[in-house]
Design a protein around this ligand. Sequence first.
Ligand code: NAP
Length: 330
Amino acid sequence: MAKTIAVLGATGNQGGAVASFFNAQGWIVQGISRSASSASSKALISKGISVIEADVDDFTTLVSAFKGAHVIFAVTDFWAPFFEAYPELSKVSDRATGEHALTIEVRRGKTIVDAATKVLEEEGILERFIFSTLPSFKEQSRGKYTYAYHFDAKAIVSEYLKEQKALWEKSSLLNMGFYTTNLVKMGSLMGANKDTNGSKIIWRRTGTNEAVHPFVVPDDAGIFADLLVRSPPKQDLLGVSEMASYATFMNIWSEVTGVPSEVEQGTEDEADKAIPGGLGREAAESTSTSAEFGWGKHLVLPKDLDPKVKTTSLRSYFENEDWKPFLENA
Ligand SMILES: NC(=O)c1ccc[n+]([C@@H]2O[C@H](COP(=O)([O-])OP(=O)(O)OC[C@H]3O[C@@H](n4cnc5c(N)ncnc54)[C@H](OP(=O)(O)O)[C@@H]3O)[C@@H](O)[C@H]2O)c1
């Protein structure tokens, strides 16, 4: 009989990829959304994925949505609470918005863990709980960088999960690398832009041009969730499609698109000046920690779990994207 996976964030990047992957493998997919009638939910339903309404702020709805699942995939959204609060809290201090979003993400993450624990206790059929997390960059940078709240918040939830002994025995962690889509989706201030005479694309990044980062095509989240279902529990997996420096990333992009590009080295202070109130610094310190300290030797790589696993290469990701809208607006 087909097994069931409950997917939180099924209308988003990571959850959407996981839902599609397992649906294609013949699993019963219980997508979870705050609204079953949204356009994104309807798109899932049209693919044969059911959508159950639940809210991570409402424990009871989550428990109902997780019921019957052999696997639960869960992701939390740091950025929605961040951007909602940013206009007001960025006036208070450059830490206020990050601290606020961290508090909400930790609370929601713990609610998800508690709901999964309850369902495991009540039903005993849960085989794997996968939490999409990130390492603490405060710890990874040995206290040098303390503004990467979206990393540190998820790491607090992972530690809480490890304390829930029965659930942890059935769990694994997925640390998604830097999305390849950030090139476009980080917007005009943080993403890449045309230079002043429009002849090339410039991406201003902290860290040296030689530093290597884990890039992930968000759609590969399905491949990583599958790896974690097939592997023993208690894995801490780096979800990486390809390791590359930003310079290599952009060189490949230029080779594919034929558009010249350059990565300019910036500083955290410049990023803070460009986007004050904590946002510029949060993004810059994430890249700086990755460049100077890496993501942590404790993380396993996809190939460690399955030497034959195939992730999407940067070249193939670039080849399959339509770059026209980006180039018109950059
Ligand atoms: N950008 C990067 O490079 C990068 C790298 C690694 C990790 N991340 C992390 O990825 C996370 C976001 O994941 P994503 O990109 O998959 O998300 P996304 O595409 O922005 O979608 C957010 C998802 O969260 C769901 N959601 C939001 N609030 C909810 C609530 N109260 N109750 C239930 N569901 C809720 C939404 O569902 P509905 O709207 O349908 O309810 C939606 O499916 C962030 O925390 C970020 O830090 C980003």
